[in-house]
Design a protein around this ligand. Structure first.
Ligand code: NAD
Length: 450
């Protein structure tokens, strides 16, 4: 099948590359000529394991092309996938990229009278595909509703495992304007044996928001338990949540063996959720509810708990070393999660802003991030360089390497070795002597001294 993918960011490029790998002829499009040039040279504009090799392969096979031109790829395809960004602006979803892309797709459809299907892969609030997208395409293409099909195909890939998530999906959701509209996507995903849900456009849109809001809710729930533990002597959020995880409804016992489902990783305390999806999607769903007269109490609380987390870490640092003015603070892990270079809505950035507002001198380390635009922060090449001369280290992301370091040796390069563990990532590390180790979710009085 010939497929045009509009928007070659994370979702567009991973989807386009994987669909080409599955044997389809894919034309990726992006507004940004730099991005297009990089992709043509087999260099993904972001770090994602496995993507670079797969991209090289499909480019060499001629299965994937990339350009800034929308019209021709749409006119020569059976299916167009919209994968442009839907950011949050003033607490609401910003559909301007989607509107523009839909208008360009409509123009492209004028050049070929054949029946065409447009699938929205961007995360959009319920009603968007049947509303804004349909009317924009109708106007730009001059077609009636019967002359094109609409689908809503939410994407569930996770950054850091995006390629394998796409190629081994746990579910495929296809919202369709009618049965004919759903056929090309059904065909594109034929090799996958996972459950496929064919449903309404609006259900498909809501499934994505409900899924992301559930994950965000679990994280904020865990963080609220952490705050309660911090106020309660002789409690420790890790032990408390370990105990919760052992409920057989959360970790079932099958054939005598306990299964530890991935969802449990969201039932852990930390410095809050970030990234390009959870914060903006919860905010968009909250606004969607408000506009319809629903008071989204739970979503309000999920976001409030989340936005309080970075300040909590700063308070913990102050409890260790007092006033931060003039002190050197190392922030370890600045992307929103380990294994990516994505800084969008990363809690580490909020943390850095608070530290700077308190007069701290901040430096940072993340193996995948080389610089921090808009921040006056030195990004160091190693943990040791970041810690050198520091008064406090704050772990903001659970970089796996942190738990394997020799912290006693590292503490020798720090001026006053206080380590604030914002992810409880050093939970298994034995600290002796010099290091003052402060995990989250533990009352100071009942703290287990390491
Ligand atoms: P992104 O910002 O990385 O990429 C969007 C791309 O679209 C950019 O490269 C931009 O230049 C391009 N673009 C914008 N308007 C265009 C137009 N008119 N024509 C051609 N290109 C255009 O965004 P993303 O992270 O890939 O997310 C895309 C959508 O997928 C969002 O709605 C997001 O919520 C959703 N989503 C993202 C993820 C994720 O992990 N990043 C996962 C699931 C769903």
């Amino acid at each position: 099948m010939r497929i045009a993918v509009i928007g070659s960011g994370y979702v567009g490029l991973v989807s386009g590359t994987c669909l080409a790998h599955l044997g389809h002829q894919v034309a990726c499009v992006d507004l940004d000529p730099e991005r297009v040039r990089a992709i043509k040279n087999s260099t993904p504009p972001f770090y994602e394991p496995g993507l670079s090799d797969l991209l090289k392969k499909v480019l060499a096979e001629g299965r994937l092309t990339v350009s800034t031109d929308v019209l021709r790829p749409v006119a020569t395809s059976d299916l167009t996938i919209l994968a442009v960004g839907t950011p949050c602006r003033d607490g609401d979803i910003d559909l301007s990229f989607l509107r523009q892309a839909a208008a360009e797709v409509g123009q492209g459809m004028r050049e070929n009278p054949a029946y065409h299907v447009v699938a929205v892969k961007s995360t959009v609030v319920p009603g968007t595909t049947d509303g804004v997208v349909r009317s924009t395409i109708q106007e730009a293409s001059g077609r009636t509703t019967a002359q094109f099909g609409l689908c809503m195909n939410p994407e569930f890939l996770r950054e850091g495992s995006a390629v394998s998530d796409f190629l081994e999906p746990d579910r495929i959701v296809i919202g369709q304007s009618d049965e004919r509209a759903g056929q090309p996507l059904g065909e594109a995903y034929r090799p996958f044996t996972c459950p496929k849900i064919f449903t309404t456009l609006q259900n498909a849109e809501m499934i994505k928001y409900a899924s992301n809001s559930l994950l965000a809710t679990l994280i904020s729930f865990s963080n609220e338990i952490a705050s309660l533990c911090e106020a309660t002597p002789f409690t420790n959020v890790e032990e408390v949540l370990d105990g919760v995880h052992l409920d057989r409804r959360l970790s079932p016992i099958l054939d005598g063996r306990r299964i530890s489902p991935g969802i449990l990783s969201y039932l852990r305390a930390g410095c809050g959720f970030g990234g390009s999806c959870l914060p903006k999607d919860v905010a968009a769903l909250r606004m969607f509810g408000r506009k319809r007269g629903v008071r989204p109490h739970l979503l309000d609380a999920v976001l409030t708990v989340n936005s309080d987390r970075p300040a909590k870490l700063v308070s913990l640092a102050e409890s260790a070393v007092g006033n931060l003015r003039g002190l050197a603070v190392a922030v370890l892990g600045i992307a929103f999660k380990p294994g990516t270079d994505d800084l969008r809505d990363s809690p580490a950035l909020a943390l850095i802003e608070i530290l700077e507002s308190k007069g701290a001198r901040v430096r940072a380390y993340d193996p995948f991030v080389g610089s921090l635009p808009r921040h006056n922060v030195a990004v160091c090449a190693s943990v040791e360089e970041a810690l050198c001369g520091c008064d406090v280290a704050i772990v903001a992301s659970a970089l796996p390497e942190l738990a394997t370091l020799d912290w006693e040796s590292l503490s020798l390069v720090m001026r006053s070795p206080s380590v604030i563990d914002g992810r409880n990532a050093l939970r298994g590390v034995e600290f002796h002597g010099r290091v003052k180790y402060l995990p989250i979710g533990q009352h100071a009085e009942g703290a287990i001294s390491k």
